[in-house]
Design a protein around this ligand. Structure first.
Ligand SMILES: [Zn+2]
Length: 244
């Protein structure tokens, strides 16, 4: 990444929003070095856990479980609420074994566990307005993949996303709200003033970013232990549609 490139609007926190910059924090990382140094076991050991393998699902099975949960949610036939919450709480005091991670918008209309009919301990959820990748979000998802052993990461955009809409308008806003604009700008530019297209483009861009800017996640996906998927949630009917 050149210094000129690093100052480009699509670079946020040293991360390339398009996913075509090889490294994070302004330092390109050769793929060979990435794969050699990204050992999940080492990271897991450093973090004090035994590493992957809690879930027995493979990435496709994990994604299918999410989508089956969404079908139950849409049909108003949810089963997760049948579980004894007291038992669940006790059984998850000292451990968690989620099978999937979801990067979602913080929007109150996108209640992730409900949408996928999941309960305590099933899904590892990171939420931020615009479902964008920041270093902290990537770190959290790396933790879920390496230490907790999730098999799939779903990046979930949604209908009528206010963050994407605001980035499209580009108006002056109070406080630090405009900090969301830069990481959303590549999607806005790609979508040509169409909000739905921009939301979908953003979800894909953030998923690509996860797949390419994180050596840890790249290593797991290249070995078939992890899949990064993209989805779009429509508000009225509650349907999640997989993209790409
Ligand atoms: Zn949103």
């Amino acid at each position: 990444m050149t210094s000129a490139h690093a100052s480009s609007p699509h670079i946020r926190f040293g991360i390339c929003s398009y996913g075509h910059c090889a490294g994070m924090l302004g330092r390109p990382v050769p793929r060979r070095a990435v794969l050699a140094s990204s050992g999940g076991a080492l990271l897991a050991a450093t973090l004090g856990r035994r590493g992957r393998a809690q879930t027995t699902l493979n990435p496709d099975e994990a994604l299918t479980r999410l989508m089956e949960g969404n079908k139950r949610f849409v049909a108003k036939q949810m089963t997760s609420l049948n579980d004894d919450l007291a038992v669940l709480r006790r059984n998850t005091v000292t451990k968690q074994e989620p099978f999937a991670s979801i990067l979602s918008c913080a929007d109150s209309r996108v209640p992730v566990e409900l949408i996928f009919d999941q309960t305590i301990g099933h899904v590892f959820v990171t939420r931020i307005a615009g479902n964008i990748c920041t270093p902290e979000i990537i770190a959290s998802l790396e933790y879920s993949a390496v230490v907790l052993g999730i098999a799939v990461i779903l990046v979930l955009g949604h209908e009528g996303c206010g963050a994407v809409k605001a980035a499209m308008a580009g108006n002056a806003v109070p406080g630090q709200i405009s900090a969301l604009y830069a990481p959303l700008r590549p999607a806005v530019e790609r979508a040509n003033h169409d909000l739905t297209a921009a939301v979908k483009a953003n979800a894909q861009i953030q998923a690509d970013l996860l797949s390419t800017a994180s050596p840890v996640l790249m290593d797991l996906t290249s070995r078939g232990h992890l899949k990064v998927a993209v989805g779009y949630y429509t508000l009225a009917d509650g349907v999640v549609t997989l993209l790409g």
